[in-house]
Design a protein around this ligand. Structure first.
Ligand code: IMP
Length: 503
């Protein structure tokens, strides 16, 4: 067909599985600038994001720094669960504390604490401005505030806070709106503004840094309290429900059940129990690659699906277990089914190496795209950089790699959960590998770059938004072609030496 083929023609009539690199989109008609492309995306039935990008719950990808970076840019990060409940809860709390409207649970000290107490809050959490109340608790009478400037040059760190705190305070009242409180903060030229009730008891705090961050990241993903949104992973282990409860108490916005094969009685039972106990929290189930698997989880009550099995860059599942599916086919078939059956959005998870892959995943029906390797090696990914063969790299490993499995066996006693581990005494079979990836800088530069590529792709295809792209897909107005191996080679950079440092 001269203009290419609708996706159904390729996927519904072939016995082969296709993935992103097998396909290419045909250009559509452009009648708008790329800056008009809207990238709002549906994460689950009830939650939307400003960009269709999310980070994977892997221990070399998403802890609080990645989750903060993702949320600031308009996406979301899922904090991994290969760690104790306490540690995972702490990671969620760090994201929730990072940027606030009203900080409802600020660190508070009493006049009888000393500067060392402030030092340790600063060391662990990064804050050096602490309101002081009579008994050191929120809800007690506000008597002062200690900021960096009060304690910078004091060498005796055992000095009591009552000797150094600022007593002449600017504060807001608890009936002040966030906008008015921010205006007061701006006028006062202070870094922090305590908020008190009619009895002069401390009820909240607002921060100048947060006010600045709000301006710098206008598309940030935020909840009703203006705190950054964050997700967390759970496994189907027996403590799934209690972990969920603790994560919800810490303010998590969405939960994801992390399993490489989602259609199991364990996951179905857990989804049902979670939906019954916490109906207010959206649950993402997975992973699935067939409509049949998707149907089981949708019937159990999931609000979103994670699609992919064996497509991850560090994944050996297809080799070891001979089960999985080419990612293009998985995304097309599952998202089409989930949309028609129950209006459930799908996350295309794994195998994404560039903005073109993001574009293809969305064009095949995914609403969002989850990345592991593409975000590993960024400043926000957990772990330290090191040098390997002259390159600055960071570790990236599959959650089913021997290394991650061994770590999780060690931590099992500590309450860690794992997506691959079946029984503690079974023979350990890896379904992933570990290695390292190049330093990619910050996600704050990387993601805008990916998004710009995506905008150009959407413009070339003539789609103004993700729903527009999906409606073109469904109405067979989005055309693709399968590429031969030679065509794929032709589409890549050819016969040129790329010198380091050239752009
Ligand atoms: P990537 O973006 O291609 O690196 O793929 C990341 C995805 O691979 C994750 O979101 C998981 O779904 C999946 N994954 C993570 N660890 C493993 C593993 O050890 N084996 C198989 N798949 C994995």
């Amino acid at each position: 067909m001269a203009n290419g083929w609708p996706a159904g023609k390729i996927f519904d009539s072939s016995i082969y599985g296709f993935t992103y690199d097998d396909l290419i989109l045909m250009p559509g008609h452009i009648d708008f600038p790329s800056s008009d492309v809207e990238l709002k995306a549906q994460l689950t039935k009830n939650m939307s994001l400003n960009i269709p990008i999310i980070s994977s719950p892997m221990d070399t990808v998403t802890e609080h720094q990645m989750a903060i970076g993702m949320a600031l840019l308009g996406g979301i990060g899922f904090v991994h669960n290969n760690q104790s409940i306490e540690k995972q809860v702490e990671e969620i709390s760090k994201v929730k504390r990072f940027e606030n409207g009203f900080i409802l649970d600020p660190f508070v000290l009493s006049p009888k604490h000393n500067i060392r107490d402030i030092d340790s809050i600063k060391k662990i959490h990064g804050y050096s401005s602490v309101p002081i109340t009579e008994d050191g608790m929120l809800g007690s009478k506000l008597v002062g505030i200690v900021t960096n400037r009060d304690i910078d040059f004091i060498t005796d760190r055992t000095t009591l806070l009552e000797e150094v705190m600022t007593r002449d305070l600017v504060y807001g009242n608890s009936n002040t709106s966030l906008t008015d409180a921010n205006a007061l903060l701006r006028e006062s030229k202070k870094g922090k503004l305590p908020i008190v009730n009619s009895k002069h008891e401390l009820v909240a705090l607002i921060s100048r840094n947060d006010f600045k961050k709000n301006k710098e990241f206008p598309k940030a993903s935020k909840d009703y309290n203006k705190q950054l949104m964050v997700g967390a992973a759970l496994s189907t282990k027996p403590d799934g429900e209690s972990r969920a409860q603790r994560l919800i108490n810490a303010g998590v916005n969405v939960l994801l059940i992390d399993s490489s094969q989602g259609d199991s009685v364990f996951q179905i039972d857990l989804v049902k129990r979670l939906k019954e106990s916490f109906p207010q929290i959206d649950i993402i189930g997975g992973n699935v690659v067939t409509p049949m698997q998707a149907k089981s989880l949708i019937n159990a009550g999931v609000d979103g699906l994670r699609v992919g099995m064996g497509s991850g860059s560090i994944c050996t599942t297809q080799t070891v277990c001979a089960v999985g599916r080419a990612q293009g086919s998985a995304v097309y078939h599952v998202s089409g089914f989930a949309r028609d059956y129950a209006g459930i959005p799908c996350i295309a998870d794994g195998g994404v190496r560039n903005s073109g892959h993001v574009m293809k995943a969305l064009s095949l029906g995914a609403s969002t795209v989850m990345g592991g390797s593409i975000f590993a090696g960024t400043e926000e990914a957990p772990g330290e950089y090191f040098f390997h063969n002259g390159l600055r790299v960071k570790k990236y490993r599959g959650m089913g790699s021997i290394e991650a499995l061994e770590d999780s066996i060690q931590r099992a006693a500590d309450g860690a959960q794992h997506r691959y581990l079946t029984a503690p005494d079974s023979v350990t079979v890896a379904q992933g590998v570990s290695g390292s990836v190049m330093d990619k800088g910050s996600v704050k530069q990387l993601i805008p770059h990916i998004l710009q590529g995506l905008r150009h792709g959407m413009q070339d295809a003539g789609a103004r938004s993700i729903p527009d792209l999906h409606s073109k897909l469904v109405s067979e107005k989005l055309y693709f072609e399968v590429r031969s191996p030679a065509a794929q080679k032709e589409g890549d950079v050819q016969d040129i030496f790329v010198l380091r440092g050239t752009k």
